[in-house]
Design a protein around this ligand. Structure first.
Ligand code: NAD
Length: 250
């Protein structure tokens, strides 16, 4: 393990175009469950597809109930050692861009400016009208729910929905395009806490690898890229990233 950490640190330190790609696993140490691990969100809830949300009030009410349940952990969560270590890479001027599948906003809270973050699946701390596209804050949406509307509606009659990408919903075009370009340009690409099963987000390491990047995976369970990566570290993101960054910090 020490050798792998030293090699990863050396590659990161000398990289010219470092891309970090994170999934739900980086936030489990902040108390936010991932989807697929035992005890994860899919053990508790069934996913609601975008067309169900748009066509059924019952589905919308269920969706908002799931969002309220997530708020229990989200409202008390703080960036952990993993988020803070990536923020340190930004501070050191090494991080080119952070691509995340996460919707929890913890990377921004860790001190990485939004311009350096690509949120591929949106952010659940914002809420968007599905008709006029207006954004409102989570707090505003919560006020509407508390006032009795279990599936809040915009004054334009569009349905409000957390500003995240549901199953069956189109990916954000600009974010996806930027993520593909920047992944393809990377010389070192780190995956942290992702099963790499959700497409097209999970194709990013492939774009990086095909362009010759050094691929590092830090994850507790298997991914489809384990066999092709250059360094595979099975361990908790917070501890491993902290150890790597310690070796880089002057
Ligand atoms: P996933 O749930 O499919 O997989 C998480 C991976 O992280 C697993 O392989 C697990 O072994 C690993 N893991 C868990 N804790 C870890 C730790 N402490 N250190 C290292 N690895 C750890 O997550 P995914 O691949 O990101 O995809 C699921 C989708 O779920 C994403 O699209 C994302 O939008 C959404 N999601 C986001 C959040 C969040 O924002 N925090 C939470 C749940 C789901």
């Amino acid at each position: 393990m020490d050798e792998k950490i030293a090699l990863a640190a050396e590659k990161i330190k000398t990289s010219k175009h470092l891309v970090v790609f994170t999934g739900a696993g980086i936030s489990t140490e902040s108390g936010i469950p991932d989807y697929r691990s035992q005890g994860g969100i899919w053990d508790k809830f069934k996913p609601i597809y975008f067309d169900e949300f748009m066509s059924s009030r019952t589905a919308r009410i269920n969706y908002w109930q799931q969002r309220l349940d997530m708020e229990k952990s989200l409202s008390v969560s703080k960036p952990n050692a993993g988020h803070l270590s990536i923020a340190k890479l930004h501070e050191l001027g090494i991080l080119k861009v952070l691509i995340t599948q996460n919707i929890d906003g913890l990377h921004e809270a860790s001190g990485i400016p939004l311009e350096k973050i690509i949120e591929l699946h949106g952010n659940t701390r914002r809420v968007r009208c599905m008709r006029c596209k207006k954004l409102i804050s989570w707090e505003k949406a919560k006020q509407l729910i508390d006032a009795g509307d279990k599936a809040p509606v915009c004054p334009c009659s569009g349905y409000f929905k957390p500003d995240t990408i549901s199953f069956g919903q189109a990916m954000p075009v600009e974010e996806t395009r930027k993520a593909v370009i920047l992944s393809s340009k990377s010389d070192v690409f780190i995956v942290v806490g992702s099963t790499l099963l959700v497409q097209p987000a999970a194709l990013m390491p492939e774009y990086a690898k095909n362009s010759g990047a050094f691929l590092i995976i830090i994850n507790l369970s298997d991914t489809p890229y384990d066999k092709v990566c250059d360094v595979l570290i099975r361990g908790k993101a917070g501890n491993i990233l902290e150890r790597i960054v310690k070796q880089i910090t002057p």
